[in-house]
Ligand binder design. Structure first.
Ligand SMILES: Nc1nc2c(ncn2[C@@H]2O[C@H](COP(=O)(O)OP(=O)(O)OP(=O)(O)O)[C@@H](O)[C@H]2O)c(=O)[nH]1
Ligand SMILES: [Mg+2]
Length: 233
């Protein structure tokens, strides 16, 4: 009879520990002056392909790096490394999300002070990553047109714990009869006021506005940090 409350207790303890570690990571990021952006979505929504494009473009003007989490394989790290940016893979085994301890371990020996932007691609999952703060400044949730417009309604927590949304694979929108208005309506229903971008990593449509957004966030954050204010998107 005592099993269910105990499970809840253990889970709360794990989350509390994660939050504490995430807070110290956020402080480290702040001190190093690096802007940290995480990407969350279901498997195959296009996180790696979009990130590969971002890294290649941002490398022209910034020091960028990426951490990428997967249950198995180093495939995504190999893909991202094609951009020539430094990349590290986190293999989670059976765990369906990254947590702050995994990020901290993966960062060992990496000079954060030399980075302008660090990206963290989470394990493809619409549920588990929601509960784990990684100390990031910005959390981006992606949904692809092939998943259907109803995903925000079915998985509200991942949208509620993100800062901005990106609808991916818009080059396929017509082929799958994707209804953009419905998707935007559903995102706003679960997260009113959320900024939403649309892009295709295949054609590069929508890449520019997102790059401009990131650059403006980085500039604001640096201004706030110089001014001594604790900043988080
Ligand atoms: N047509 C089209 N295909 C895309 C686009 N972005 C990604 N893809 C394809 O979608 C598939 C999955 O893309 P990934 O970038 O691996 O997706 P992911 O979210 O990183 O997947 P996981 O890491 O496994 O969760 C690949 O075959 C990509 O080529 C896009 O904008 N348009
Ligand atoms: Mg990936």
């Amino acid at each position: 009879m005592s099993t269910p409350p105990r499970l809840v207790e253990v889970r709360q303890k794990v989350l509390k520990q994660n939050d504490q570690l995430a807070r110290s990571l956020r402080e480290r990021f702040r001190e190093a002056g690096v802007y940290v952006v995480s990407l969350v979505s279901s498997p195959g929504s296009g996180k790696t392909m979009f990130l590969e494009k971002l890294l290649a473009r941002l490398r022209e003007s910034y020091q960028v790096a990426a951490l990428v989490g997967d249950l198995a394989t180093e495939n995504d790290a190999a893909r991202l490394a094609r951009s020539q940016a430094p990349v590290r893979q986190i293999i989670t085994g059976t765990v369906c999300h990254l947590d702050a301890a995994m990020v901290e371990r993966a960062l060992e020996g990496w000079p954060l002070e030399d980075m302008d932007i660090l990206f963290i691609e989470n394990v493809g999952n619409m549920v588990c990553p929601s509960s784990y703060d990684l100390g990031e400044d910005l959390r981006l949730v992606l949904m692809s047109v092939t998943e259907g417009e109803d995903k925000p309604l079915k998985y509200p927590t991942i949208f509620n714990t993100a800062d901005v949304a990106l609808i991916t694979k818009i080059d396929l929108a017509q082929a799958v009869e994707f209804d953009p208005a419905a998707a935007h309506r559903n995102i706003q229903a679960v997260r009113p006021g959320m900024q939403v971008f649309e892009a295709s990593a295949k054609t590069d449509a929508g890449l520019e506005p997102f790059l401009q957004f990131l650059e403006s966030r980085l500039a604001v954050l640096r201004g706030e940090r110089r001014g001594g204010r604790a900043a988080h998107y």
